[in-house]
Ligand binder design. Structure first.
Ligand code: NAG
Length: 293
């Protein structure tokens, strides 16, 4: 194969030289010569066309020829035909050149068409609570509830109780001392002392006092005392063969330990205070309400 190519190359070179120099360099190869080139010098346009055709064929064949010569027989050049034009010498085919440096970057392309709409994203985080709405209308009145349980017993009211009601059993004959009422109608708390005729305040608060005195034989001047001081005065003038009534009442605020009693006041004979089985003289007092502070 290589030999055949070399012979073909040789034939082409010979044809070129013939066209350039105007002589036939290969008279000894008539058979092949007649196939590829005219055996005689050509004239005019026909000769030029043949020359160009041969040059093209030479260029197509040369690469394989160069490879063969470099790999198998370096340095060996096929023998040129004798009688060529003086001064011409065929050069050795050069090696393939190195790759050139990369070219500059191209210009940016035109923007592509708009893509299709993407999928819907994930739901975002829960937002902050909104503002409170306006209050609604008042609802209808409900049904009455069940009766509640009975409450616990309250503080005993007994400690806030203070009352007495007493009367005379005999007429009074002594002045300037507390009148002793010994007929006891009521004295459950024993705040009234029958031995002294004095009421002792055990519960601070407002007290009501009243007395109804039967007057007989003498005038009566009687006072209600509070702690050795007369605060209330009653005067009755006795008339012959009559029975009179002297009475009064009062509200007093008492502190713990205060004492209240009835006593004939003034000088003279004013001790007509009387009582028997069917005519009474009474003295009454009770706590209206106690202090809360
Ligand atoms: C007391 O009153 C009665 C009538 O109720 C009378 O008969 C009696 O005598 C009276 N006592 C005096 C001292 O008047």
């Amino acid at each position: 194969m290589s030999t055949r190519l070399q012979r073909l190359d040789h034939l082409l070179l010979t044809s070129i030289l013939t066209a350039v120099c105007g002589s036939d360099p290969t008279p000894e190869a008539p058979t092949e010569d007649t196939l590829l080139s005219p055996s005689h010098p050509v004239e005019g346009d026909k000769g030029l066309r043949m020359l160009l055709l041969q040059a093209v064929l030479l260029l197509l064949v040369l690469p394989s020829h160069g490879q063969d010569t470099t790999t198998k027989e370096p340095g060996v050049v096929p023998a040129l035909p004798s009688g060529v034009c003086s001064g011409w010498m065929a050069g050795i085919p050069g090696h393939p050149g190195h790759n050139g440096i990369p070219g500059r970057d191209g210009r940016d392309g035109t923007p592509g068409e708009k893509g299709e709409k993407g999928d819907e994203g994930l739901a975002g985080p829960k937002g902050d609570p909104g503002k409170s709405g306006v209050p609604g209308l008042e609802g209808p009145r409900g049904f009455p509830g069940d009766q509640g349980r009975k409450g616990d017993p309250g503080e005993s009211a007994y400690v806030y109780r203070s009352a007495f009601s007493v009367g005379l059993e005999t007429r009074v004959t002594v002045s300037n001392v507390p009148i002793r009422f010994t007929k006891i109608f009521y004295n459950q708390q024993n705040h009234y002392d029958g031995s002294t005729g004095k009421f002792h305040c055990n519960i601070p608060g407002l007290y009501y006092f009243s007395y109804h005195i039967t007057v007989y034989l003498k005038d009566v001047k009687v006072s209600l005392y509070k702690n050795d001081k007369a605060v209330l005065f009653t005067f009755d003038q006795y008339q012959d063969k009559d029975l009179d009534q002297a009475s009064s009442s009062v509200l007093l605020h008492l502190e713990m330990g205060d004492q209240v009693w009835l006593q004939v006041y003034g000088t003279g004979e004013h001790n007509g205070i009387y009582a028997d089985n069917v005519n009474d003289s009474t003295f009454t007092g009770f706590l209206l309400y106690h202090d809360t502070n």
